[in-house]
Design a binder for this molecule. Structure first.
Ligand SMILES: NC(=O)c1ccc[n+]([C@@H]2O[C@H](COP(=O)([O-])OP(=O)(O)OC[C@H]3O[C@@H](n4cnc5c(N)ncnc54)[C@H](O)[C@@H]3O)[C@@H](O)[C@H]2O)c1
Length: 330
């Protein structure tokens, strides 16, 4: 089987490619990435001389280009997206292009070429939930421009399923962490700043809750959906590991043997959702998927990976480590 993965130079896409090639000896992967925010070619350095891996630089919103690439493959997993919520607050325009227009172009092509497409979505489409967990049937209520573009993409996917009977499946996952995450995101940012003994920004009161999943567990779930998922369905993916930001920062500081005095409370980001939560019984029951790694072990593994990659730890610009990124222009 030849699989087209979009956004494969980013955090989850690169971990997915590495894992899929390790777990499936008969698989070939074509990675299409526009090398935008979040991309890092070094993420896949290990595959440079592999016969079963190919990288082509390109934009998923370019329909003619994507037609050619998809015709060479059997299925598409669409990770490509503008993903940084803070940046979507200062300029949402690129989010509309990648997340909506890009998804639309792939949908048109896989429908015509009769290929399977897995659309990678997010728990953020359901917005902030005070005490319940969203099921696959819950109502969309996105808060940030990022989440609104991901919800829009889902609506398009669904419309193609209903109108054209396209072979599409949606997955929605909670917050991922692990090796190769872009240093602008919470966990790598805390590890990098703590390692440099610099102040660590805590937005608002630090009580915002996310359900954190180790990236390999998410990749396993996407693999199950690709091979065994039911056409036209959607699957929520979560780890039942709801933790607030301040607890995460304290856990990282403890593992790294650093003082909690490094924490610094800063202004909250506009529209900062209090809590996301997904009910993932459906994928557990129907596809027999479950997480494998505990949060503690996953955090240790993640910190170790950053410590083992000093060229990433030590070469992050001040702009990336900014305490209030939604205020900076892109
Ligand atoms: N990170 C999370 O916690 C999380 C949680 C749930 C869902 N998701 C979803 O998973 C996917 C991957 O997230 P990530 O954290 O790895 O993101 P990332 O920002 O690390 O990587 C995104 C990649 O997509 C590429 N890209 C963006 N627009 C493109 C375009 N128009 N054409 C081609 N390539 C393009 C970028 O160059 C980058 O390499 C996204 O769709 C995101 O919405 C992420």
């Amino acid at each position: 089987m030849k699989l087209l993965v979009t956004g494969g130079l980013g955090f989850i896409g690169s971990n997915f490619i590495l894992k899929m090639l390790k777990d499936n000896s008969d698989l070939e992967i074509l990675n299409i990435d526009a090398e935008l925010d979040g991309a890092d070619k070094k993420n896949l350095n290990d595959l440079e001389n592999s016969d079963n891996y190919e990288f082509v630089k390109g934009n998923i919103s370019n329909k003619k280009f994507m037609e050619e690439q998809i015709s060479r493959c059997d299925a598409v997993v669409n990770f490509a997206a503008q993903t940084h919520v803070d940046r979507s607050i200062s300029d949402a325009d690129p989010f509309l292009v990648s997340n909506i227009r890009g998804t639309f172009s792939i949908l048109q092509i896989i429908t015509k070429q009769k290929k399977r497409m897995i659309q990678i979505s997010t728990d953020e489409v359901f917005g902030s939930l005070y005490d319940s967990s969203a099921t696959e049937q819950s109502r969309f209520n996105p808060s940030s421009p990022y989440a609104a573009t991901k919800a829009s993409a889902e609506l398009l996917v669904n419309s193609f399923s209903v109108t054209y009977d396209s072979d599409v499946i949606i997955t929605r996952c909670t917050n991922n962490y692990g090796p190769r995450q872009f240093p602008e995101k919470l966990i790598p940012k805390v590890i990098i700043l703590a390692n440099q003994n610099k102040k660590i920004p805590i937005y608002g009161n630090g009580k915002n809750i996310r359900d954190w999943i180790f990236v390999d567990d998410h990749c396993d779930a996407v693999s199950s959906v690709l091979f065994n998922g039911k056409k036209g369905e959607s699957y929520n993916i979560s780890a039942n590991n709801e933790v607030d930001n301040i607890t995460i920062v304290k856990k990282i500081l403890a593992i790294m043997d650093k003082s909690e005095d490094l924490m610094q409370f800063v202004e909250d980001r506009p529209g900062h959702d209090f809590r996301y939560s997904l009910d993932s019984k459906k994928i557990s029951n129907d596809l027999n998927w479950t997480t494998k790694l505990s949060f503690e072990k996953g955090l240790e593994k993640t910190i170790q990976w950053y410590m083992d990659n000093p060229e990433i730890m030590n070469n992050v610009s001040q702009k990336i480590l900014n305490h209030e990124p939604w205020k900076s222009s892109n």
